[in-house]
Design a binder for this molecule. Structure first.
Ligand code: G
Ligand code: G
Ligand code: MN
Ligand code: NA
Length: 249
């Protein structure tokens, strides 16, 4: 309740910000997009993680206002970049709002961003609770040109049924699997299988949490198409990101 009141004020009074982390392509490690990561710097408590306040926003209904704030700011920043995509996280409840597609389309049109430069990150729980409805929404979004990425792949109730039956463009392999590359044979086997599966299904892969050269090399050799992690860049604020973008080749 303390957090809820604080969050209401945070939206109104500019305590929120978005940080952007680069997503790079496998061959030349060129940046092709950024994931938007929400930050709340509370005057009383200091930085609070979205892992803590997003669930509270979901329960209290503040998630709609918060989600709108995130989408509008992410799109505004993306509009200033040269042909790079922005990857936006949506919680299950945001994704399930009535008229999600119309709502998003209106924001994207207003920001004058091409749908292909918008990647929608959803988790498995968002789509598997109400599969027929989610399937329709994802199909519609994909038809309009949005990129659909399944976030945290491998950590939830993943089932192969899901990736077969939903309109997806991308699987984001959770960092817990990448962490094990190089010393844990099971992680390596899982990562390699997921990469091959994704390729066979025509999906691209973003390996998350890449921190070492060794992990990067293993991923490249295995055919992973995209990577994200501290090795390529930490999340940086909008101004720093705009500078980074200027100096891209
Ligand atoms: O960046 P960090 O590791 O603190 O993020 C923690 C969690 O919060 C991650 O699961 C991430 O997906 C989620 N998250 C970050 N930004 C947003 C956002 O704008 N919206 C939603 N719904 N989740 C976010
Ligand atoms: O759930 P989601 O995948 O959206 O969360 C992404 C989170 O992972 C962000 O909070 C981001 O700060 C964090 N992250 C990004 N790159 C790395 C990394 O290389 N190592 C670790 N440990 N965390 C990372
Ligand atoms: Mn994510
Ligand atoms: Na993830």
């Amino acid at each position: 309740q303390v957090i809820e009141g604080g969050l209401r004020r945070a939206i109104a009074e500019g305590e929120l910000s978005l940080h952007y982390q680069p997503i790079v392509e496998r061959d030349d490690l060129k940046t092709v997009g950024f994931e938007a990561l929400l930050r709340w710097n509370s005057p009383e408590s200091g930085p609070i993680s979205p892992a803590i306040f997003i669930p509270i926003a979901e329960e209290s209904g503040l998630i709609d206002d918060l989600g709108e704030w995130v989408v509008d700011h992410a799109l505004k920043d993306c509009a200033g970049w040269p042909d790079l995509f922005v990857s936006i996280n949506f919680s299950p409840r945001q994704f399930k709002r009535a008229n999600f597609v119309e709502w998003l389309d209106a924001r994207v049109a207003h920001a004058q961003v091409a749908p292909r430069n918008v990647q929608i990150e959803i988790t498995e729980t968002a789509i598997f609770e109400d599969t027929s409805w989610a399937a329709d929404v994802l199909r519609e979004l994909q038809a309009k040109g949005y990129r659909i990425a399944l976030d945290d792949f491998g950590t939830g109730y993943s089932s192969l049924f899901n990736i077969k039956n939903f309109s997806l463009n991308c699987l984001k392999i959770d960092k817990s699997f990448i962490e094990g590359l190089g010393h844990d044979r099971h992680s390596a086997a899982i990562v390699s299988s997921v990469i091959h599966l994704a390729r066979a299904l025509g999906l691209y892969i973003i390996a998350e949490g890449v921190e070492t050269d060794e992990q990067c090399q293993v991923l490249r050799l295995t055919g992973c198409s995209h990577m994200q992690g501290f090795l390529f860049g930490k999340p940086a604020n909008a101004a720093e990101t705009a500078d980074q973008v200027q100096s891209l080749p």
